[in-house]
Design a protein around this ligand. Structure first.
Ligand SMILES: [Zn+2]
Ligand SMILES: [Zn+2]
Ligand SMILES: [Zn+2]
Ligand SMILES: [Zn+2]
Ligand SMILES: [Zn+2]
Length: 332
């Protein structure tokens, strides 16, 4: 299929038929068992499911521990069981009081008990600590590695330290399935009612972006300024450290008119800027040893204050308690 291209030309009436078909697919999905409904069956089907989708729509998202919906699940989003969200049960006539709401996979032979999202690293599946990908693991709890009895003795169930865009590792997140009322009480948007199947958490265009980029309540807005602008330390990603001087140059640009106050933002990364420079007479070995010791010292200090922290990860505590961090926006 990939090596062939089709150029289909339609007049407007035929294009309308294509639209009708797409609409049909979005509403019916695979519920017709691969055989198109007759118009009567289609009407009967709509009569049955549309009220369910209006009343009992479930909103599915993959949320971090701070309550940000990092990923809104849509009909085509893959589950850990490698089937799509729309292949799971999403239409409910009544919703009981039991939580969590389970969305079992409807594909024959799949043992997936309930939809749960697993992020991708770009287009690659993420890896477990056993070094095998998420796809190499069973779809039932405790998600053992399929290579388990023979070659993989290390796996005690899928566990990944892959970091989401929000700065938290995968295991800090959970798949949330909630009703409109529950979602509203969390302060997240529910959008308009839709007749389409398995819309999950999609409530608008912004749902397609990752949570930390989304500027609506479902992403809880952008992280606070204090989180984004915390000083760069020896602890940070090498990319950030490499750019610490350009950041200063940017801050200095066009400000010759103002005198510098001691708490000015150009002094923020001073420690890192000074220690990142080679001292006179310092050899490569001395330099890297000094930088290493500095990182070690920071790590120990960091642990004492805010618990374990991972190298290359910005302090997530600041994302939550912005009140305690010094606010830089007030200086402007
Ligand atoms: Zn499945
Ligand atoms: Zn599944
Ligand atoms: Zn394994
Ligand atoms: Zn594993
Ligand atoms: Zn996240």
């Amino acid at each position: 299929m990939a090596d062939r291209q089709y150029h289909l030309k339609f007049d407007s009436s035929k294009a309308a038929s294509v639209d009708d078909y797409l609409e049909y697919r979005r509403i019916v999905g695979d519920d017709d068992g691969g055989k198109l409904f007759t118009p009567e069956e289609y009407e009967a089907y709509k009569k049955k499911v549309l009220p369910m989708r209006e009343k009992n729509r479930l909103f599915t998202s993959w949320s971090s521990s701070t309550g940000m919906d990092c990923k809104m699940i849509g009909p085509e989003t893959l589950c850990f069981c490698k089937h799509r969200y729309k292949q799971h049960k999403t239409d409910f006539e009544t919703l009981g009081e039991t939580r969590p709401i389970l969305l079992p996979c409807r594909v024959k032979g799949c043992k997936c008990v309930s939809y749960h999202y697993v992020p991708m690293n770009g287009s690659q599946p993420i890896r477990c600590t056993c070094k095998h990908t998420s796809e190499d693991h069973l779809e039932v709890a405790p998600f053992l590695c399929k290579k388990f009895p023979n070659t993989c003795m290390k796996c005690k169930g899928f566990y990944s330290a892959f970091t989401c865009g929000c700065g938290e590792p995968v295991y800090g997140h959970s798949t949330v399935v909630e009703t409109a009322a529950e979602r509203e009480s969390r302060g997240h948007p529910v959008g308009h009612a839709t007749p389409y199947q398995a819309m999950g958490g999609l409530t608008g265009f912004s749902s397609l972006a990752e949570g930390y980029m989304r500027l609506d309540p479902s992403g809880r807005g952008a992280p606070p300024k204090a989180f984004l602008e915390q000083a760069i330390t020896a602890h940070d990603n090498p990319f950030l450290r490499a750019n610490v001087h350009s950041i200063k140059a940017y801050q200095m640009a066009g400000r010759s008119d103002r005198a510098l106050a001691p708490d000015d933002e150009v002094f923020d990364d001073l420690t890192e800027r000074v220690s990142g420079m080679r001292r006179p007479g310092e050899t490569d070995m001395d330099y890297f040893e000094r930088r290493y010791q500095e990182r070690r010292k920071n790590e120990v200090k960091g642990k004492a204050i805010e618990g374990p922290s991972t190298t290359g990860r910005r302090n997530p505590a600041k994302a939550v308690s912005s009140g305690s961090a010094k606010s830089k926006s007030s200086r402007k």
